[in-house]
Design a protein around this ligand. Structure first.
Ligand code: ZN
Length: 309
């Protein structure tokens, strides 16, 4: 059995019109992910080549170009298998793929965490720089011949994060690919240097309104069949932001430093063994503090500490 046939048997795949979802191991649970192969009469595009693509080895179908929802380790993990094809990123995320240093700037880690993740990026995610990535923008359409992949710029997770709306001739059906608006119970991730909580909230407002026949996430939620199922997941996902903020306000009943906030854990659970939990907690919850200060709900006590008003 070929590696591809073995991966299909083990991880699964599914056709939604001209869109084939290539599931990753464990249903695409991080660090794995689900990639899309979108086929028109003229071109075939591979979206977010994940570790599942690495496991498949050579794909039976030829690929004309790679389109990335954003520049993160798990979404570029299989890109090195396609050195001849053009690699397309939103213009805001595009600099990250040019070098390891540029990629590391997206996360904004420092010290030991930075050193560790730099190694993980190359050893586990096969990071391979691309000297000549191609930019795309909001509203751009990849016309594959009877099948169109439309770009929706949905920043927040990263600056250039995008969703893709895919439609095709002869059908009213559409597929909305959500990338890392992954509808997981973990909730929205906005803990990198290139993440932004307020952008993420505006993005959620925009994405909620988009109607499609199928909704697909990169991670383990996979394919959602109905608008009802989508909205139910979506609302729960979005509610995590308010839950983190309410918990933070409660914690700030006494003056606390950002280090204490990070140690308490609002994004991850206290026992989660995540090497970068500390900087991610600081960046995520720091953004909540910032907006609570602006709203007059939190004030600074001294150089280090904040308290709820
Ligand atoms: Zn991501």
């Amino acid at each position: 059995m070929s590696p591809e046939a073995q991966a299909v048997a083990e991880f699964g795949e599914r056709d939604l019109g001209p869109v084939r979802v290539l599931f990753g191991k464990d249903g695409g649970r991080y660090p794995q992910g689900n990639s899309l192969l979108v086929r028109g009469t003229r071109e075939t595009v591979l979206v977010d080549p994940s570790l599942g693509i690495v496991a498949r080895g050579e794909l039976a179908l030829s690929v004309d170009r790679l389109v990335f929802s954003h520049c993160h380790e798990d979404h570029v993990a299989g890109a090195h298998l396609f050195p001849q094809q053009p690699w397309h990123f939103h213009e805001a995320d595009l600099p990250g793929i040019r070098s390891v240093d540029a990629m590391m700037a997206i996360y904004g880690f420092s010290g030991e965490v930075e050193q560790d993740f730099r190694r993980v990026l190359t050893d586990e995610f096969h990071f391979t720089p691309c000297p000549d990535p191609k930019p795309y923008r909001d509203g751009d359409v990849f016309d594959l011949g009877g099948v169109r992949l439309r770009v929706l710029h949905t920043p927040g997770h990263t600056r250039g994060h995008c969703c893709f709306l895919i439609d095709w001739d002869g059908s009213e059906d559409r597929v909305l690919y959500l990338g890392d608006i992954d509808l997981s119970s973990f909730g929205p991730y906005y803990g990198d240097a290139w993440s932004d909580l307020l952008d993420f909230e505006r993005t959620l407002e925009r994405v909620r309104k988009i109607e499609a026949r199928w909704y697909v996430t990169f991670h383990h939620i996979g394919v959602l069949e109905t608008r009802e199922a989508f909205l139910e997941r979506f609302d729960r996902f979005e509610a995590v932001i308010a839950r983190r903020e309410a918990a933070l306000l409660e914690f700030l009943a006494e003056p606390r430093s950002l280090a204490e906030v990070a140690e308490h854990r609002f994004v991850y659970r206290p026992g989660d063994a995540v090497s970068f939990a500390d900087p991610v907690e600081q960046r995520s919850m720091g953004q909540h503090i910032e907006r609570l200060v602006a709203a007059g709900r939190v004030r600074r006590v001294d150089d280090l500490r904040w308290v709820a008003c």
